[in-house]
Design a protein around this ligand. Sequence first.
Ligand SMILES: [Zn+2]
Length: 89
Amino acid sequence: MEPIRCCIACRAKKTKENFFRIVANDEKKAILDKKQNSNSRGIYICRDKKCIENALKAITKNKLKLKINVDNQSLVEVLKELGEEIWEN
Ligand SMILES: [Zn+2]
């Protein structure tokens, strides 16, 4: 059985292939873990622009609770990049 992950925005539970995975590096900067194989603790978000928008809103309102220690500004940048990727496809 694949481990089940949970979206930081909508809390949907799915296997990790359904998500983007974001990890924090040693400087607490958010980085997209494209191959999903980094040993760092990660957070997951649906490959869905609605979830990305909602996560961005929650960060702005300081309402996003995360299990990893990550710099908010760098997380915003990663999410915006992911958003643009989805918009274009
Ligand atoms: Zn979601």
